[in-house]
Design a protein around this ligand. Structure first.
Ligand SMILES: *Cc1c(COP(=O)(O)O)cnc(C)c1O
Length: 457
């Protein structure tokens, strides 16, 4: 028997996986505005928040001081199953575009949820279990968050009740079955199972639902059932904290090869993947150690950063959640029915909203046909069929790379490829059949939603 020498380490102890999450709020001069009690308009206390959220997560939500928060070993063990996620140089895309730009993407789609959402789902399920809870409730739109949470709950043996936006429930039966495979119960929202659902159905019979409605229902069920708490897949500070694992790994990998990005691009729905991807880079920027262009990309049919206002607003349609100060289109805003590209939440993470308001990052909006063109271009050369959400970032990465072609600049572009699009083939089909159009809300429409924002003095 020959003695084979293995020239590499089989067990990666020293990879780029972080042992702590990074909390960008610690380095922000202007902290994100606090959540307000919807009744009194006073900042939510930890006690009030703990009626809805798990205690450890409340502590993370309110923590504007600690820059690093240790990732519990149990969560790191789970992360090890699919992390570090690949940071890929898009050589084939560069070649196809004939650009001098260097393009990298951080791919978060290599788990069953098909997106980055598992990074926070596993953390939230862990803290729920640690608190001795029976289960958690949540909403899901396209289904990635519901899937991620179902996976995390089954891992920690927790009950998982998902309210799924009714149109998605009907259009995406496979997503629903994935969640049920992991043991979750899935209810189409709005439903007759909650008071707020009944009210919404009375006011809008036949509605296909919205994220805002589903959030209200999930919160109601969590508050009414002992041993349950509500968990949310984006927008909240705690979710951005968990997602910092994306940025920390990206930075560690780039640092290993001495690569300094010129710009970092990510799609923005509620802001969690982008917030996570940029966090260590933004930290350097905030501390004056480095500078980067940071670009949020949103759909022109749901343009919270580029056409919303920075104001306190409800996070949900039923107005049961705390108020958050954020770039918002108004809590009643629902993108036009033809919108197939995801990223349909009316508001934006308070952390990113503050950073954007302080001029520390940029935002652009892109129409969905241009997004699907970029998706297809990417799929054909890079071997990954991207989620429509992620393809917003691809669109702008390609646009920036093409600008480099004109100027001859060798810029380094990093973008977040948040997930795969296998469950989005109805949207791809619409695009291929020429049935997709770019409905963009008018100023009048947006003004009507804005007029309904709560008045906070
Ligand atoms: C949920 C989701 C998004 C948008 O959510 P953020 O909180 O803005 O990151 C983007 N891409 C994919 C694949 C998603 O599932």
């Amino acid at each position: 028997m020959s003695e084979q020498k293995i020239p590499y380490k089989i067990y990666l102890e020293e990879n780029e996986m972080p042992k702590a999450w990074y909390n960008v709020r610690a380095d922000m001069k202007n902290k994100p505005a606090p959540l307000l009690n919807p009744g009194t308009h006073q900042p939510m206390t930890a006690g009030e928040l703990e009626a809805v959220f798990c205690s450890d997560l409340v502590a993370q939500e309110l923590d504007n001081e600690n820059a690093y928060i240790e990732i519990p070993q149990e969560i790191r063990d789970f992360y090890k199953m699919y992390r570090p996620s690949p940071l890929v140089r898009a050589y084939c895309l560069e070649k196809k575009l004939d650009t001098p730009a260097k393009i990298y993407y951080k791919f978060e789609g290599n788990n069953t949820s098909g997106s980055h959402k598992l990074n926070s789902a596993i953390a939230q399920a862990y803290y729920a279990k640690k608190q001795g809870l029976k289960g958690v409730t949540t909403e899901t739109g396209a289904g990635q968050w519901g899937t991620a949470l179902s996976m995390a709950c089954s891992y920690f043996d927790l009950d998982c009740k998902v309210f799924m936006v009714k149109v998605s429930y009907e259009q995406k039966p496979f997503r629903r079955e994935v969640m049920r495979t992991y043991g979750a119960s899935v209810t189409p929202s709005p439903s007759e199972t909650t008071e707020v659902g009944k009210k919404i159905l009375e006011a809008h019979p036949g509605t296909g639902g919205s994220l805002g409605c589903a959030i209200s229902e999930a919160v109601e069920v969590a508050v009414k059932n002992p041993g349950y708490r509500y968990v949310l897949g984006s927008v909240l500070n705690q979710v951005l904290l968990h997602q910092s694992v994306i940025g920390l790994e990206t930075k560690a990998a780039l640092d290993k090869y001495n690569i300094k990005p010129d710009m970092i691009i990510g799609c923005a729905g509620g802001g969690s993947n982008l917030g996570g991807l940029i966090s260590p880079f933004m930290g350097e920027k905030l501390r004056g150690e480095a500078d980067y262009r940071i670009i949020a990309v949103e759909p022109s049919s749901c343009p919270s950063f580029t056409r919303g206002v920075y104001a306190y607003d409800f996070c949900d349609t039923g107005m049961v959640c705390p108020l958050a100060k954020m770039y918002t289109l108004g809590s009643d805003f629902i993108p036009a029915p033809n919108h197939a590209g995801g990223l349909r939440y009316h508001g934006m993470s308070p952390v990113l909203s503050q950073l954007y308001d302080d001029g520390l990052m940029e935002a652009v909006s892109v129409p969905q046909t241009a997004v699907f063109e970029a998706a297809e271009q990417f799929a054909r050369v890079e071997g990954i069929l991207p989620a429509p959400e992620s393809s917003h970032a691809i669109r702008v990465a390609i646009d920036e790379a093409m600008k480099c072609k004109e100027t001859g600049e060798e810029k380094t572009i990093v973008f977040g490829l948040t997930g795969t699009g296998y469950f989005d083939m109805v949207a791809y089909e619409k695009f291929h059949d020429g049935k997709m159009d770019d409905y963009i809300p008018t100023d009048e429409e947006l003004a009507a939603y804005r007029a309904k924002l709560p008045v906070i003095d």
